[in-house]
Design a protein around this ligand. Structure first.
Ligand code: SAM
Length: 224
C-alpha cells in the first residue's frame, strides 16, 4: 500500500517506543534512516528485519523523486531519524511535501521528541509555547533574538553543550537576567537532569563547567 509513515524513535531509552511504531517498522517495505548504523541498533533490539535505506542518499530533490516513484508503485515506507520525531529539527519536511504533492498518504505516529518532556519538566507555562529548535549560528541569529525578546509564550530551544554558555549569555542580553528558565540534559538517559532557575542563576551554574550530552533550553516568555 502506497504510504509514508514518519515513525518517532527513542531519544535515549530504547524502551520509549510504541507498540504501533514497532508494528509499522515490521510491516513496511523499507525503512529510510538518517544514519543506518544508529537505526540498526534499534532494529536489532526489536528484531526488525526490514530493508534499511539511507535517507541522506535520497535527500536531493532528484532522489526524492525516485522514492516518490517507488511509493507511487505501491511500496510503503517508514522514515526514522537518529532520535525523536522525524522533521523536528531533523530531515523529513521535503519528503512529506513531496508525498503530499503526489497525493501519497502520509502518517506521522505520535511518539518521542525531546522538547515535550523538557517543556513539561521546566515547570514553565505549557499552555502556549513556541518551539524554536536550533538558533541560526551566524546569519540571522541577532535578528531572531531581537524578535524573540518580545515573545510572550514559553520558548523552547535545542542547543549543543559546547554552545550552551554562549547562548545563555545572549539570552541574558536579549531577554534579561531574571527570566525563569530550565535546562534539561540527557532526557531519558542515565544522567538525566533538569536545572531550573533564572537565566542569571543558570549562567552561574554552568559557567566553567564542562557540559556534556544533549540539551534543551526552555525560557519563560515576556510578562504581558
Ligand atoms: N528529532 C529530534 C526530536 O524530535 O526531538 C531532535 C533532533 S535534533 C538533531 C537533536 C537535538 O535534540 C539535540 O541537540 C538536543 O537539543 C535535542 N535532544 C535530542 N535528544 C535529547 C535528549 N535525550 N535530551 C535532551 N535533548 C535532546
Amino acid at each position: 500500500m502506497s504510504k509514508l509513515f514518519l515513525v518517532p524513535t527513542p531519544i535515549g531509552n530504547l524502551e520509549d517506543i510504541t507498540f504501533r511504531a514497532i508494528d509499522i517498522l515490521k510491516k513496511v517495505d523499507a525503512i529510510l534512516a538518517e544514519d543506518t548504523r544508529k537505526t540498526t541498533i534499534l532494529l536489532n533490539h526489536y528484531e526488525i528485519k526490514i530493508m534499511l535505506l539511507s535517507y541522506h542518499q535520497f535527500y536531493e530533490h532528484k532522489s526524492i523523486e525516485k522514492l516518490i516513484k517507488r511509493l507511487k508503485q505501491g511500496e510503503s515506507m517508514a522514515l526514522v531519524s537518529d532520535a525523536g520525531t522525524p522533521s523536528i529539527s531533523d530531515p523529513g519536511f521535503l519528503i512529506v511535501k513531496g508525498c503530499l504533492d503526489h497525493q501519497i498518504p502520509v502518517e506521522c505516529l505520535p511518539g518521542p521528541t525531546a522538547f515535550i518532556p523538557a517543556l513539561v519538566n521546566s515547570g514553565l507555562p505549557a499552555d502556549r509555547f513556541c518551539f524554536e529548535g536550533f538558533l541560526p549560528h551566524k546569519k540571522g541569529r541577532t535578528k531572531r533574538l531581537k524578535l524573540l525578546s518580545g515573545e510572550t509564550r514559553t520558548m523552547i530551544f535545542y542547543e549543543s553543550p559546547q554552545r550552551l554558555i554562549r547562548t545563555l549569555l545572549q539570552f541574558s542580553e536579549y531577554f534579561g537576567n531574571t527570566r525563569n528558565a530550565s535546562i534539561s540534559r540527557e532526557l531519558t538517559k542515565i544522567y538525566e537532569e533538569t536545572q531550573r532557575g533564572t537565566i542569571g542563576e543558570l549562567i552561574d551554574f554552568y559557567n566553567n563547567k564542562t557540559v556534556k550530552g544533549e540539551i534543551v533550553i526552555v525560557i519563560e516568555g515576556k510578562k504581558e
